[in-house]
Design a protein around this ligand. Structure first.
Ligand code: NAG
Length: 327
């Protein structure tokens, strides 16, 4: 700089720099404080939103049919009790259906216990119905058996070892109501055309990492998903029996079968809703070795049964706008 050494230059620097500099620093500080405040406010509103939800979005004033929770359990009574105690506190829950596939029926003690839990939330005109669906044989197809006399159209299918906060469940239910033929869930999975085998179409199955990497999915797992109750009827009565047999024999992939069924019926992708997931159980089946190979086999087998690949990929993801403060 030419003026650097000159007295004028120095004067200008002395005059203007501290002023401009402090304004800039103040601006920066302001921005920092603002962002911190916004972030804190966001947190607080999420927190308060959960507590005082009924204050500003009174759902009970709108008559809605609600949803039935369809919970699959196997020899984990403590988890079952825990997750039912949680979900009955969610507004919109209409009934609880427990799919029981153990050789022994549930003990009187357990039934009484769960009945007490459910009844504790049935206040005023809110009556939550409780039903055990007891199966003699232990088949994965049990979880999608038709439920007779189900008042609600929506089924929220859930495993006993995962818990989602009510705000997530209600968001997913809202989405489902906008698209009642679609499967709406929290756990996305994907498939892709594996081009390595040229003659036959061979597909790959991708778990969480693949979805994260590709930003795409074509299934949502029934361990945490909403779907219309008509798909239960279709699963048992209209889906090719060979698919049900495959599921029962291999003790796997009932969720992929359900994804195929819905995709074939709608020709559309499912919807992935972002939800906070809390795993309360220990290890699930997906942590066993060889999991992805078995799932890949299922995808290819079902595609053969359908004579095409019904699954449709998408990159859409639904988020709760209250939790996103960058527009
Ligand atoms: C797929 O959907 C079509 C049209 O709805 C139906 O005719 C067909 O039976 C379905 N395929 C299977 C394997 O369920």
């Amino acid at each position: 700089m030419v003026m650097r050494g000159s007295p004028l230059g120095r004067r200008i620097r002395q005059l203007s720099l501290p002023a401009a500099g402090s304004v800039k620093i103040k601006l920066l500080l302001c921005c920092c404080i603002c962002f911190t405040l916004i972030a804190l406010a966001g947190r607080a509103s999420t927190f308060m939103g959960r507590k005082h939800r009924n204050g500003f979005s009174d759902r009970s004033s709108v008559p809605r049919k609600g949803y039935a929770i369809l919970i699959n359990t196997w020899k984990r009574n403590d988890l079952l009790k825990k997750s039912i105690s949680h979900y009955i506190s969610c507004s919109g829950l209409h009934s609880v259906h427990i799919v029981w596939s153990e050789p022994d029926p549930p003990s009187d003690y357990l039934v009484k216990c769960i009945d007490t839990i459910v009844r504790s939330e049935s206040k005023g005109d809110r009556r939550i119905e409780l039903k055990f669906d007891i199966n003699k044989e232990d088949s994965l197809n049990n979880r999608f058996k038709e439920i007779k006399d189900l008042e609600a159209d929506a089924v929220f299918s859930i495993d006993d070892d995962v818990i989602f906060p009510c705000s997530s469940v209600e968001l997913a239910f809202d989405v489902w109501q906008s698209a009642p033929d679609t499967m709406v869930g929290f756990v996305p999975r994907m498939h892709w055309l594996d081009k390595s085998r040229n003659n036959m179409r061979h597909y790959g199955y991708g778990g969480w990492w693949s979805v994260w990497w590709m930003g795409q999915y074509s299934m949502v797992l029934s361990k945490a998903a909403f779907f219309h109750k008509k798909y239960l009827t279709m699963y048992t009565n209209e889906m090719p029996a060979s698919v049900r047999e495959y599921v029962a024999r291999n003790r796997n992939c009932e969720d992929i079968a359900m994804s195929f069924l819905v995709a074939n019926a709608t020709g559309a992708p499912p919807v992935w809703v972002k939800g906070k997931i809390f795993e309360i159980g220990t290890t699930g089946i997906s942590s066993l070795g060889g999991h992805n190979e078995r799932r890949t086999k299922c995808v290819n087998r079902f595609a053969t049964e359908y004579g095409k690949m019904p699954l449709v990929s998408t990159s859409m993801k639904v988020v709760d706008s209250r939790n996103t403060w960058f527009w």
